[in-house]
Design a protein around this ligand. Structure first.
Ligand code: PRX
Length: 640
């Protein structure tokens, strides 16, 4: 790891410099409640909160509450309050797959679209507390759909368009949704994605009363009478005003499904007030966004990054946010930089996997575009290797734009560890330090707190407003997943090193979650897809290092007696995973083996499988507990 420190670039001026940052930290230390109530004042409250946090991590059945007696509406905070003075300001720049074919949407237009959508939802009988699935491309109507749910108090659950119908069906069932909002098709990288048809397939496994279809390509799609309606057929008749519901701070705002180490994806629940405060605060602190900035976060709204930093964070701060419906390599590898020049993007936030993939194509793709509008760069989703960081800093940012490496999770609602661009010296590969209000610790396997420079597991010892509140429908799982490993502490699932300067270096997941191109994949989900194939007896899935994706999926598979492992079967198994989960979870390697390494009690020793997947031939540690130690030799000969 590089230990070189980059100071804040001399010409970079931010609202928060070293003194302001120190003052924020002091304010939190002096009086946490006052600090958090102060942050809440960024928002317009229907009823201002008098309390900050009320929480405990130690007891099962506990609740985490923030701003408990406050009332607000998040769509009002994103839209209405900006209209009197800034209605004509651009809220969203839609950048479509084909460069230059997008459009801009002002705050007033987005307000009207949101109200139309909200009125349509109401006409279809959808009310406060109902769950609405959103399975859409990155078009402005998708943001309007999210905001419309927030306006009427319905709980949205956005599902990334790359997930299969099976995955969508599982989520619809889990949260008992009553409506799906989708588009006829999506277009990405010149390819068409049959969103409506996927929805139809999903609904064969469990129907809903209403499907709203936005026309993106105009493709002729089947419509089920009474259930499916085209948004455009109704739009003209819908009122452009809709009274907002006054929501309690702790009313759920959205559910977002994410993978864990065990079982099926869990519905992470975020509530209204705390999430809003944290998304608004972190957007302001870390991106230093001002009136003349154009902010571009390349994430899809199907992920938490898209929720917090494409839609809610920017809109609450009255920013101009780019909604990108394309991919980094279409029409060519210069897409990001061409778009930055054309739109005048000043702040750019993307994933290490995209940076590594573009770095590999050579500097020319970057340097042929000016990028002179850029002033701040950011990354999120996985550890960034120092080489890729240096390239981003030196080639993309010409050595003048701070790089904010932001660590956070679906569960945290917003950024928790990151440099402040105007205040924190950067070390390539380190997310630097916890934000004011965030109390991080490193612990060893027994839960002992480690002081000073150390390596251990990353935990958080106190709550913050953006913390998830529960797993939808399964509060016991919430406790079990996050608070049972280290009693009284929130366990992130990440390993981490802290250096002598107190900088944090996230080393990646220490549980059975695999981070493929910044997407979280649970090994249990992939295993269950593999064993659903009739020829498969058992499967064990681990991650292995990959130059571009960060990690890729390595699957060990044992077959039923008499079956032969060959390339055709490999293809079938990959197809099975695509079908059950989506292309993003497809294994890179499938290794047929006569047996898996198990302890005498039948537990698979993943530690050994990880080493084999990483290409090691020795150093497997203590293998004496294996029921059959010869399994290791068999595995080594069959490596992919
Ligand atoms: O392992 C960490 C990694 O991504 C995980 C969270 O994934 P997800 O919930 O999908 O959210 C991704 C976007 C917020 C974390 O547990 N991760 C995220 N950001 C970083 C990171 N690892 C290292 N450095 C980061 N900046």
């Amino acid at each position: 790891m590089s230990a070189e420190t980059h100071p804040v670039p001399q010409d970079f001026r931010a609202r928060i410099g070293p003194d302001e940052l120190a003052a924020l930290r002091r304010a939190f230390d002096a009086d946490p409640d006052a600090f958090w109530l102060d942050q809440a004042q960024r928002l317009d409250w229907e009823k201002a909160p008098s309390q900050a946090g009320d929480w405990s991590f130690a007891e099962e059945g506990f609740a985490i509450r923030w701003y408990g007696d406050g009332q607000l509406n998040l769509s009002v905070n994103c839209l209405d309050r900006h209209l009197p003075a800034h209605g004509d300001r651009t809220a969203l720049i839609f950048e479509a797959d084909e460069p230059g074919t997008g459009r801009t949407v002002t705050y007033r237009e987005l307000y009207e679209e949101t109200c139309r959508f909200a009125n349509l939802l109401k006409q279809r009988g959808i009310a406060r507390g109902d769950r609405v699935m959103i399975y859409m491309p990155m078009i402005p109507e998708a943001a309007a759909a999210m905001l419309a749910c927030a306006r009427i108090g319905a709980i949205h659950s956005v599902v990334f368009g790359g997930f299969s119908p099976e995955s969508l069906a599982g989520r619809i069932k889990d949260c008992d949704a009553c409506c799906v909002i989708t588009a006829d098709e999506g277009v990405r990288g010149g390819k068409y994605i049959p969103l409506k048809r996927n929805v139809d397939t999903a609904l064969e496994m469990g129907d809903v009363p209403t499907v709203i279809v936005v026309k993106r390509t105009g493709e002729d799609v089947p419509m089920k009478h009474g259930r499916d309606i085209f948004y455009e057929d109704w739009r003209g008749a819908l009122a452009t005003d809709c009274a907002p519901e006054a929501m309690n701070a702790e009313d759920p705002l959205f559910i977002l499904y994410t993978s864990g180490s065990t079982g099926k994806p869990k519905g992470v629940v975020h509530t209204t007030g705390g999430y809003a405060v944290w998304a608004a605060t972190t957007f302001d602190w870390i991106f230093d966004c001002r009136e003349d900035d154009i902010f571009w976060c390349t994430a899809d709204i199907g992920w938490i990054t898209g929720h917090s930093y494409v839609v809610y964070g920017p809109l609450m701060n009255r920013a101009t946010s780019v909604m990108f419906d394309g991919v980094p390599n279409y029409p060519d590898f210069g897409r990001f930089w061409e778009t930055i020049d054309r739109l005048g993007v000043t702040i750019f936030y993307t994933a290490p996997t995209a940076i590594r993939a573009l770095e590999r194509e050579g500097d020319n793709w970057v340097t042929r575009h000016k990028r002179s509008s850029l002033r701040l760069l950011g990354t999120v989703g996985e550890p960034i290797n120092p080489d890729a960081w240096e390239w981003y800093w030196r080639v993309v940012g010409d050595g003048r734009c701070p790089v904010v490496d932001t660590w956070w999770q679906t569960e945290t609602g917003g950024i928790l560890i990151s440099p402040f661009p105007g205040a924190t010296p950067m070390k390539p590969g380190s997310a630097t330090q916890p934000l004011p209000g965030i109390t991080a610790e490193l612990v060893d396997a027994e839960g002992k707190t480690l002081d000073g420079a150390a390596s251990g597991n990353l935990v958080l010892t106190s709550s913050w407003p953006g913390q998830m509140r529960t797993v939808w429908g399964d509060h016991a799982r919430f406790f079990e997943t996050y608070f049972s490993t280290y009693r009284g502490k929130y366990f992130t699932g990440d390993g981490c090193r802290r250096d002598e300067d107190g900088y944090y270096w996230i080393t990646g997941r220490v549980d059975d979650v695999i981070n493929v191109s910044g997407h979280r994949i649970g090994s249990a989900e992939v295993e269950s897809a593999l064993v659903s194939h009739r020829k498969v007896a058992e499967a064990a899935v681990v991650g292995f290092p990959h130059d571009i994706k960060g990690q890729a999926i390595y699957a060990f598979v044992t077959l039923n007696a008499g079956e032969e492992g060959n390339d055709d079967l490999r293809k079938e198994l990959i197809q099975e995973v695509r079908h059950d989960i989506g292309a993003l979870a497809a294994p890179d390697k499938i290794h047929f083996t006569p047996a898996l390494p198990k302890t005498r009690s039948g537990k698979i020793m993943r530690r050994i499988l990880r080493k084999i997947a990483e290409g090691e031939t020795q150093g497997f540690g203590d293998t004496s507990t294996l029921a059959d130690p010869s399994v290791v030799d068999a595995l080594l000969t069959g490596r992919q």
